[in-house]
Design a protein around this ligand. Sequence first.
Ligand code: AMP
Ligand code: MG
Length: 425
Amino acid sequence: MPASPSQSVLSFEDARRVVEDHASQLSPGAHETVDLVRAAGRILAEPVAADRDIPPFPRSTRDGYAVRAADLAQLPVKLALKGEIKAGPLPGSAPITLNPGEAFSIMTGAPVPAGADAVVMIEYTSRERDSVEITKQIASGENIVVQAAEANRGSLLLPRGLRLNEAAIALAASVGRSRLNVYIRPHIAVLATGDEIVDLDAEVGPTQIRNSNSYSLAVQIQEAGGEPVLLPIAPDEPVRLRQLIEQGLHADLLLMTGGVSMGRYDLVEQVLAEMRAEFFFTGAKIQPGRPVVFGRVPCGAGAFASEGLLQESNKYFFGLPGNPVSTMVTFELFARPVIEALAGMSARPLTFLHARLKSEIRVKLGLKRFLPAILSGQYENTQAELVPWQGSGDIAARVRSNCFLVIPPDREHMRAGEWAAVLLR
Ligand code: AMP
Ligand code: MG
C-alpha cells in the first residue's frame, strides 16, 4: 500500500480560501418548477423580474387628505373636499385629478390623484361638510411612495442563486409568481468509518460507539441545501473501505468521517491516495478539527479509461475528523460552501458576530479555535462564555452551546469584557 499523501496543514484562512476557490468553479445540476410556498428554503434557478412598476401607482402611506403642498403655505387653510379615494378599484373610468385649492380624502394604499403631491395625516385636519381644514404644513412628496420607487417594470428583483426566504417568497408573490424554478438538491454521500462504530439498530458492545456523525451531517447537509445519502459504516480495512468510497463517489460530493488522524488504522487518506486522489490540504490549524482533509478523486476513469469509454471527471471529497464536535465544526467551516455551490447558491463570506466575553479564556497558541459557547444576556448586552467540555467528543456540551467562540491563534489569554468573534450555530 502506498504511503499517505504528503502532509499539507494550512492556516484556517488559507484552507477556507482553497475551499472557496474550488466551490466557485462548481455549478449546480438540474432544476424543477415547484409551487411558491414549496420553494421556501430552495435556491432560485431563474431570475425573477418585476411584471410592472412597484408600486404600480403613487401610493398613499397614510389615511388623510391628498393635497398640493403649495396650498398649505398659510395655515390654517380650508380646501374644497372633492371626494374620497379608497384602496382598490376606482369608481368611473376617468383618472382623478386634483386642482389648486382642492383636497381628496384618501386611505392608506390608495392611489394619489394626479395634481396632488402630498398626503396630510388625518390627525392634522378637521372635516366640515364640503371642505377640510388643515392645520399643519407638509413637504412635497410626504406620505407618498411614487410610482416605481421600489422597482421599475422589468427590473431584476430576485437573482438566480438566491436562497428563498419569506421576504423573497413575498416579493415573488407580489409579481404574480405562483410557481418558481429552483435547483434540484445535490446528493451528498456520507460515509462513517471506524471498526468501533455501529449503527443505531445494532446491538452495541461495551467498547463500541454508536454512529452519530452520519446523523449530524445529514441534518447539516439538508440545511445547506443538499440531499444526504447515508452509506453503510466502513470498517478500518482498506478493501471494504475502498468499495464504499467508490460507492460514495457516485454522489455529487463525498463526506467521510473518522480515519483521518495519524493512528495506525486511519486509512482514509491511504485508500484515497491509492485511488489517485489529489489532496488540497490534509489538515488545518484549527481546534477542533485539525486533521480535516479536502481533495478530489478522478472518477469514471479507472477500469474504463483504457477503453476510452468514459471521460475522466473529478469528484470532491472531505475527510472530516471522527470526533463528533470536530465533524460538526469542520462541516460548517469547509464542507458547507461546497454543498451550497453544488446546490446553486451564490457564494457568501463566512461572517462572525461579536460579543463581550463573560469570563477570561486561556488557551495555547497556534490554533484558531472554534469552541462551543453560550451567548446570553439581552438586547445590546449579549455576552459569550465557553461551555465546559471534555473535548471534541463531547456532544452533550455542544448541545448546551448555542454558538462557537472564535479564538485567534495568536491569543493565549483573553480578558473578561473583551470583544470576541462568535460563529452562530
Ligand atoms: P477517528 O477520527 O477515526 O480517530 O475518531 C475519533 C473519535 O471519534 C473516536 O473516539 C471515534 O470513536 C469517534 N467517532 C468516529 N466516527 C464516529 C461516528 N461516526 N460517530 C460517533 N463517533 C465517532
Ligand atoms: Mg477511526
